[in-house]
Design a protein around this ligand. Structure first.
Ligand code: F6R
Length: 269
């Protein structure tokens, strides 16, 4: 696991976008796993810039998103903040700005008639696409990856999950409140890729910024591997895992000097 520490959110986002862009240039038909939330917005903005100003070509890229609230789906008839689906978030924040055909993009269907059957189909679709080359991740305030809340099996696959109070509170403050919704409007369930699904990706990039994430980042990276902090499963990943943090999110780590030293030495190779 490589831990890269950047001065601020902007530098964190540019580093992540640069790594994704390198893969897209090397493998134009790569499969990207994508995340929603506040953390990756800067990364998506930089990818949009690279597409517009440097011609980064997403026309053959395939994407799978981590999760979606159960009970809602993209509704283009509503103005953006009133459609709180993750499918809409991805459409507005990335897909419509990078020239990727929408049929190349998949977000779990929160309106599926049979959500459990849908979860199996989603797993199958990821397999049929050849697996995820690079999975982008944030980390929740309760240590979750995607919506794998504390207690989720570290071998779990795509399934329906109940959201914790902390996740409901965090997401209400960050998204729902600003769009004028009340707490009662928030869905309590989600469809989420499992931890086993995420660990199947050939490479991972996990992002975190801000003091608010410092303790949970330290628990995930330097604490024990535990289903209480599902992002700690990064320690089990068999491929290339990179964590990109701003100084604030890194401030709870014990080994900051070693991570910085390692990055410097590896750059000389
Ligand atoms: C979203 C997702 C979540 C977020 C996490 C952090 O697709 O998978 O696990 O990454 O909740 O959210 P932010 O970035 O809003 O702090």
């Amino acid at each position: 696991m490589d831990v890269l520490i950047r001065a601020d959110y902007d530098q964190m986002s540019k580093t992540a976008a640069g790594m994704i862009a390198d893969l897209v240039r090397k493998k134009p038909d790569c499969v990207l796993g994508l995340a929603t939330g506040g953390t990756p917005i800067g990364t998506y903005q930089e990818l949009i810039r690279l597409h517009r100003e440097e011609g980064l070509d997403f026309s053959n890229v395939r994407t799978f998103n981590l999760d979606e609230y159960l009970g809602i789906g993209r509704d283009l008839s509503k103005p953006y903040p009133l459609d709180q689906s993750y499918a809409r978030f991805m459409y507005e924040e990335l897909f419509r700005n990078i020239g990727i055909p929408l049929e190349n993009t998949s977000v779990p269907d929160g309106l599926a008639n049979d959500p459990e059957a849908f979860c199996d189909e989603y797993e199958k679709a990821i397999c049929e696409a050849g697996g995820v080359d690079l999975q982008l991740l944030g980390i929740g305030g309760d240590g979750h990856w995607a919506f794998n809340e504390p207690g989720s099996s570290l071998a779990s696959r795509t399934r329906i999950e109940v959201l914790t109070q902390q996740t409901l509170d965090d997401n209400y403050e960050l998204f729902y409140k600003g769009a004028g919704f009340s707490r009662e409007d928030m869905p309590h369930f989600a469809i989420t890729m499992g931890i086993g699904t995420i660990l199947g990706a050939r490479s991972l990039i996990m992002l975190a910024n801000g003091k608010r994430k410092a303790d949970v980042v330290a628990a995930a990276l330097e604490g024990p591997v535990t289903s209480r902090v599902t992002a700690s499963a990064i320690q089990l990943h068999a491929g290339k895992a990179t964590v990109i943090l701003d100084e604030d999110a890194a401030s709870g780590l014990n080994d900051v000097d070693f991570y910085k030293h390692t990055e410097k030495i590896k750059a000389m190779l």
